[in-house]
Ligand binder design. Structure first.
Ligand code: SAH
Length: 349
């Protein structure tokens, strides 16, 4: 695992305004010699009106706006957008340093969900995931995560109801900005914590560390295999984090936060989708306060895994149900635009 690479590539937090709380923005306007109430105005323009430049903020004095015309707010630009047959939109966003990151907007009848990235690329190299086949570039900063949500909100002209940290990257390798982004999305953008999902493949020590923040988010762990041997085959980093330790840490997470843990399980035909795997998974999770999401594999070009047929998927689901495990099958959206789970990479520009 490339923990060192990730640390080395962490960017210093730059002085941008997005991601700052109301008290922080108030302090900033005061440092600029403005009255405190301008902090509230700035806050509303940043998070509610989606301002991209201080010159847009018409309630500010003209002279001050002109002085601050080039001050960075922390917004990205849309470099490319594609729309899938099911209306899912995939974006490639260009960040201040030129890095490109992917974000997906997923509309349904009642919701608009954004799938955000937490890193540019990903160091985890899971065998079935396109992001891991590319290069890991760097961690995202808090404002670069919040910006993704505001960008999708603006593009759809609709309020975002849910955010899942299931785009590029491993959120728990970028824990502080991830937690700060969760808090900003909740307090500043106004999305309920229970409508925010953080998904991880598991980083030693970090599940317990996340628990200490006592967030009320949905916490999902990408399990993908019912035993250590198979998991290690699919997820190279699993070597450093045995399955029984992950499960012990998840139990601790449930104890500290009072929230259940969701397990994600990708279904790969003939690899981890057999009835004996379902049975083994049911035994592994017995007595655990959990929900299992089965994700039928979305094809990527580098490997020749197959998605199981419907019968196999339903049988796997049925076996878990028989063992009293709450389970859903999640067909990813956005397949036709390569915007589905595991298909994100920054190469299609
Ligand atoms: N690094 C985090 C979040 C990103 S992946 C994690 O691993 O959880 C979000 C989900 O998509 C994970 O459960 C991941 O395993 C799944 N996924 C990856 N590649 C996939 C593919 N080709 N088809 C379906 N799901 C995939």
């Amino acid at each position: 695992m490339t923990l060192q690479t990730a640390n080395k590539s962490t960017q210093p937090a730059s002085e941008v305004l997005l991601g700052k709380s109301l008290p922080e923005l108030t302090e900033w306007v005061q440092q600029q010699g403005q009255p405190a109430y301008r902090g509230k105005q700035l806050y509303q323009w940043l998070y509610q009106k989606g301002a991209r430049s201080l010159t847009e903020i018409s309630v500010f004095p003209k002279r001050w706006r002109e002085e601050l015309a080039d001050y960075p707010l922390g917004r990205s630009t849309i470099n490319y957008r594609s729309i899938a047959a099911d209306e899912t939109r995939k974006y490639l966003l260009r960040l201040a340093d030129g890095a490109i990151v992917e974000t997906v907007g997923i509309p349904t009848a009642k919701r608009l969900t954004v799938c955000v990235s937490s890193q540019v690329g990903c160091p985890m190299a899971c065998d079935f995931c396109a992001t891991g086949k590319g290069e890991f570039v760097r961690n995202l900063q808090t404002h670069e995560i919040v910006d993704q949500v505001l960008t999708v909100q603006e593009d759809f002209q609709q309020r975002v109801s849910n955010v899942v940290f299931m785009g590029m990257g491993e959120p728990l390798m970028n824990l502080s900005p991830t937690v700060a982004a969760v808090k900003s999305l909740n307090q500043d953008v106004g999305i309920g914590q229970r409508s925010l999902t953080v998904s991880t493949v598991g980083i030693p020590g970090k599940i317990v560390e996340l628990a200490q923040h006592k967030l009320q988010i949905v916490f999902a762990v990408s399990l993908h295999a019912p035993n250590q041997q198979l998991r290690q085959q699919l997820i190279p980093s699993a070597k450093h984090y045995p399955l029984d330790t992950i499960l012990a840490d998840c139990r601790e997470y449930v104890r500290v936060t009072g929230r259940r843990v969701t397990f994600e399980y990708i279904l790969l035909s003939g690899v981890n989708d057999l009835p004996e795997h379902a049975l083994e998974l049911a035994n592994l999770l017995r007595g655990f306060q959990t929900h299992v999401n089965l994700i039928p594999y979305n094809p990527i070009s580098e490997v020749d895994y197959q998605r199981p047929d419907r019968y196999r998927i339903e049988e796997f689901e049925r076996i878990l149900q028989e063992h009293k495990i709450a389970v859903s099958v999640r067909y990813s959206r956005g397949l036709s635009a390569d915007a589905a789970c595991g298909q994100l990479r920054a190469s299609r520009i």
